[in-house]
Design a protein around this ligand. Structure first.
Ligand code: CA
Ligand code: CA
Length: 194
């Protein structure tokens, strides 16, 4: 059976080559305009600071009101404040707004500084090309949304103030911390293309 199949296979491969050549040839439609998107972030991310006692959980409430939000990056940093040589182990949990569950709304990490949680809200929309400027303006208006907006809760925990400390010299009741919340969003525009 194999010798009979081979010519058919060659013909198939040849036709695929012709198809590929056709796709990359000069028959591409040309468009005048394109709706393109850029991912941006605020130049002033939100910043919080405080102190958490060992074994305690602090709730920080964040009101998300950014349009076209793509993701929110939450970062927690701290240092060995009592200089006991055993930098505290902290926990960071982000519970996103329940609006439009296209993402995992709860994420949790713990360990050493820095801890970072990034919650993806939605992808940046795809580029769209057309000769119709108004249609592209409509497309921009159509993809504008309030996804992910609402109340977010960020939890900061001191899991262990003296981790891996066989004989701590000083008592350590907890730790200071700095939290940074950075929302990202997409911005669309209609551009002239050649
Ligand atoms: Ca410590
Ligand atoms: Ca400490």
């Amino acid at each position: 059976m194999t010798p009979l199949r081979a010519p058919g296979l060659v013909a198939l491969m040849l036709s695929m080559l012709v198809l590929v050549a056709g796709c990359t040839g000069q028959n591409n439609p040309t468009y005048t305009y394109a709706a393109t998107f850029t991912e941006k972030t605020s130049t002033n991310p939100l910043s919080y600071q405080g102190y958490v006692e060992e074994g305690k959980v602090l709730n920080i409430y964040f009101q998300a009101n950014t349009d076209n939000m793509t993701k929110v990056e939450v970062s927690l940093v701290w240092y060995d404040d009592t200089k006991d040589g055993c930098t505290d182990s902290l926990g960071l949990e982000v519970v996103a707004s329940k609006q439009d569950l296209t993402y995992d709304p709860e994420q949790q990490v713990e360990g050493q500084s820095p801890l970072v949680v990034t919650v993806t809200v939605q992808p940046v929309p795809k580029v769209k090309r057309s000769n119709d400027h108004v249609a592209l303006e409509d497309y921009l208006a159509g993809v504008t949304n309030t996804q992910g907006q609402g109340n977010w809760t960020i939890r900061v925990t001191c899991v262990d103030a003296q981790p891996n400390c066989p004989a701590p010299q000083e008592p350590d009741a907890g730790n200071g911390w700095v939290l940074t919340v950075t929302p990202y969003f997409f911005e669309g525009q209609v551009e002239d293309i050649e």
